[in-house]
Design a protein around this ligand. Structure first.
Ligand code: CP
Length: 329
């Protein structure tokens, strides 16, 4: 299957451009944050806070999705997203099935759409889908007859990662209006960066995309988004910094001179941590290449919210599943 055309890097609406209020019809899918209003994002974050209260109880379960079936369809490796969706759905009392393309009829050539329709015929109410091709969850959403949650599609979008990043940032920093968030590294190939740009700008934050020119999009005219090549110049102005994983292939593809050179210019070292203002936070979507984009001492420092991001993923994914398939219907 060829890569499906989706909006190229930028495609970011100006904050508030027709997206201030919640939609009048119930949302069917969570594919990216580009079509989420500010009010709708806040609804997810508030629902996640309520889910976090449930998770603090001795019995971390609510019957909100009893009788529903959530199928996790992962065509690409995942630890955090797959496991946290599974825990989230179980905490909502849904029946949960994990489908891996390996060992399935996908290996006999069954198409994405036929696979999805088969899973729905078997009783799936929600398909949580990770796929290496950008746009794959959109195709399924149009034809499968179930709610679809994009758990990461190619280099396009990863909306629930962005929602858990927003949730974590709000917990650490409060209202994000006027806050400055730096996303550093391989922004061009990052679905996390794209979804975060939508979410952060919608909540009124300023986003600075930082990295070598070879790894940044050409989008300096986006409202609320600027580009910067010098991390050391940027750090004193940030409320949060999010280094992105650098794939080793980027050096062999000539996009960076070497991993060592990359770390020298853009790695979050202890020395660079000191350049951040007091109270600024370090995030990372994971998995990390420690010693490349982030040093282990930084990842485990008091400034780091990286483990908090992972933990918050369960409450945020409970909120997303509940708002699509639960009581709001
Ligand atoms: N952040 C993220 O998507 O991690 P996984 O690939 O482990 O799910």
């Amino acid at each position: 299957m060829a890569e499906i055309a989706v909006a190229a890097w930028p495609a970011v609406s100006s904050p508030g451009a027709g997206l201030e209020s919640a939609p009048s019809t119930p949302r069917q899918h969570c594919l990216d944050l580009d079509d989420y209003s500010r009010a709708e994002i806040e609804q997810v974050l508030e629902t996640a806070a309520a889910m976090q209260e449930i998770l603090a109880r001795p019995i971390k379960r609510t019957p909100a999705l009893r009788g529903k079936t959530v199928v996790n369809c992962f065509y690409e490796p995942s630890t955090r997203t797959r496991v946290s969706f599974e825990i989230a759905a179980k905490n909502l009392s849904a029946d949960v099935v994990t489908f891996s393309s390996g060992g399935s009829s996908v290996e006999k050539g069954e198409s994405l759409i036929d696979t999805a329709r088969t899973l729905v015929a078997l009783g799936a109410d929600v398909l949580v889908m990770r796929h290496h091709l950008a746009g794959a969850p959109y195709v399924v959403a149009r034809s499968a007859g179930a709610h679809v949650v994009n758990a990461g599609d190619g280099s396009h979008a990863h909306p629930t990662q962005a929602l858990l990043d927003l949730y974590t940032l709000r917990h650490r920093l409060g209202d994000l209006s006027g806050k400055t968030i730096g996303i550093v590294g391989d922004v061009l190939h990052s679905r996390v960066a794209r979804s975060n740009v939508h979410g952060l700008t919608r909540l009124g934050a300023q986003v600075v995309l930082c990295g070598p020119a070879t790894l940044l999009p050409h989008c300096s005219t986006l409202p609320g988004v600027t580009l910067e090549h010098h991390l050391d110049r940027l750090l004193p102005h940030l409320d949060a910094v999010m280094p992105l994983r650098i794939q080793k292939e980027r050096a062999s593809a000539g996009l960076i001179p070497s991993l060592r050179e990359y770390r020298r210019e853009y790695g979050m070292t202890l020395e660079r941590l000191e350049r951040l203002p007091a109270g600024a936070v370090v995030l990372h979507p994971g998995p990390m290449n420690e010693g490349v984009e982030i040093d282990p001492e930084v990842a485990r420092s008091a400034r780091s919210a990286i483990e908090e991001q992972v933990t918050n993923g369960v409450a945020v994914r409970m909120a997303v599943l509940y708002l699509l398939a639960g009581g709001a219907q």
